[in-house]
Design a protein around this ligand. Sequence first.
Ligand code: PLP
Length: 406
Amino acid sequence: MILDIIKIRKDFPILEQKVNGKQLVYFDNAATTQKPIQVIEALNKFYTEQNSNIHRGVHHLSQIATTKFEESRITIQKFINASKSHEIIFTRGTTESINLVASSFGKKFITDGDEIIISEMEHHSNIVPWQIIAEEKKAILRVLSFDDNAEISIENFKKLITPKTKIVAINHISNSLGTINPIKEIIEISHKKSIPVLIDGAQSASHIKIDVNDLDCDFYCFSGHKILGPTGIGVLYGKEQFLNAMPPYQSGGEMIDTVTFEKTTFKGLPFKFEAGTPDISGAIGLAKAIEYIKSIGIEKIAEYENELLNYATEKLISINGMKIYGNARQKSAITSFNIGNIHPYDIGILLDQLGVAVRTGHLCTQPIMNHYNIPGLIRASYAFYNTFEEIDIMIDGIKKVKQMLE
Ligand code: PLP
């Protein structure tokens, strides 16, 4: 065994509980991951010993809180190998990070007739903000489609680029199909034409080693809660040259230098993009989560999750009537499926009765549902604290549910 699962599971107290009288099997990790006790304790310690507002106070607690908050920024900087800590902007999550770029980059760099490239397999969070700015600026959204294996084609991508392309925004891993996109190639091709690239890393930061310097992406976004951290905190990494050129996204306290009724001047990075009191405990909790992941080793996590994926896929396809959506050659530990004509909600609700938590519905990717002409999917997404035995429990559950519904 690559990982000491028994030891790891002891760090996640929530996994010990029973749901509907059955041992909980938590396979909704792509929606949010569970939190290790180390993160929970860091939050507890913050509120029992360190709580204060940051950056503004000369007193003891404010200085401790400020130091912890800024240390968290450095932990994140190192985790994704950004060159400078001020290239790390704290946000509420991936959604806010993308909104920030779409709105601020859009205001500055996108004009009438310009084009924005996204893919057909984006989460709504990487579609709607671009649609809104495109409408405002009379720009055009170009969509890169995916094929029968749920893969995008580099040749098609090249064809979508025109002299009007202003930015490419694409996910690293699809939350519905599990596809790992060839982002390095996409970035290289785009940069040859001087087009910046935003990577939606919501599904990749906790599964793949991220090196923004090596990738050379211009923006990379992720959410704390999908990487063992708290909800309400997220990250936008942006290259200094872009962040400096972009106008503030929100305004108010923390982000100003001087204010008079005639004119306001703004602070430099990262504060220019961090208006108001941030999620201080969230940042500290996220740094703890990253330390926890590092202590296990992200390469080992990826290897183990890949074994879970292969095992689950093999077991799922042995079920009669099973159709798995997303068979990319490079795939993350996500299995989305339907069985015969059974509605995904019915399976989800009955699996819950057996203690198995899966997600059902459009998974915030309605264009993917439209691509396949289906109402929704059942998605089981795995994390490194899951086990092969849990997959067996889900498979037995699916067989039982199938018998009941057919
Ligand atoms: N992008 C992808 C690929 C996602 O999977 C998600 C969440 O599921 C998001 C963006 C949005 O993340 P959040 O809700 O944490 O902002």
